[in-house]
Design a protein around this ligand. Structure first.
Ligand code: CA
Length: 238
């Protein structure tokens, strides 16, 4: 076994696929690939990969269905979607289905490598943190108990499941409840992006929206994970 990060590329366009393989090997990664959706999902579920690069438009199963199926089995597997540049709805859908990040085609190699390295740099927040986070109160009918190690929560006797990335956001906010946390700080601390990069913050917003749908009684009027206008996101502990 080598200690190189192993990346699965699920991409049907041969020119892009072989280009990706060359570039990733050049940058010190090992790779495997699939050229259609079904064999891609099969490899994703049976292999051991540090990261999956997942195209949206594929013969057989599409990238969204694959992302959803992977997340059902494994909430920790890092996934970057390869989306068409103009297709905003692709980006949003991919992130909603559990992708950690996206790269829009046509992408620059430098940008792609940066994002891969960022996703591979696990924050490791979860291991160090307190086990249980409690928010709200039973009196206000908004109590939720979050188990950070199991990536889960209990709310109204229902089990909620989070991805690793979602939990990292919650943990970071829970360690900074005295202030709103700006979106670029979350991109830096959770996604590992360097500061001053012109990277869209929509990835953060979509993850926050997903968290709200899971945690809040009324996601459009959140009481736990609130927006402080012009300042960022804040987790309310009382
Ligand atoms: Ca394609």
């Amino acid at each position: 076994m080598s200690d190189k990060a192993n990346i699965l590329i699920i991409e049907d366009e041969e020119a892009i696929r072989t280009g990706l393989i060359d570039v990733l090997i050049f940058h010190g990664f090992s790779t495997d690939f699939a050229a259609d959706g079904n064999s891609g999902l099969d490899k994703a579920l049976t292999g051991k990969f540090d990261l999956i690069l997942l195209d949206v438009m594929l013969p057989g199963m599409d990238g969204f269905a694959i992302c959803e199926a992977i997340r059902k089995e494994d909430r920790e597997q890092p996934i970057i979607m390869l989306t068409a540049k103009t297709a905003d709805e692709d980006i949003i859908q991919g992130l909603q289905l559990g992708a950690d990040d996206y790269v829009a085609k046509p992408f620059s190699i430098a940008q792609l490598i940066l994002r891969i390295q960022a996703v591979l740099r696990r924050s490791g927040l979860t291991q160090e943190a307190d086990h249980i986070i409690e928010l709200g109160s039973t009196k206000k009918n908004n109590y939720i108990q979050i188990d950070t190690r199991n990536l889960s929560a209990i709310k109204d006797n229902n089990d909620i499941h989070f991805t690793r990335r979602e939990m990292d956001i919650l943990l970071y906010l829970s360690n900074n409840t005295d202030r709103p946390v700006p979106r670029d700080e979350l991109l830096n601390k959770i996604w590992g992006y360097a500061k001053n990069l012109d990277i869209e913050t929509r990835t953060v917003d979509i993850h926050v929206a997903k968290l709200r749908r899971k945690m809040e009684n009324d996601p459009s009027n959140p009481c736990h994970l609130v927006t402080i206008r012009g300042a960022g996101y804040r987790l309310m502990v009382d």
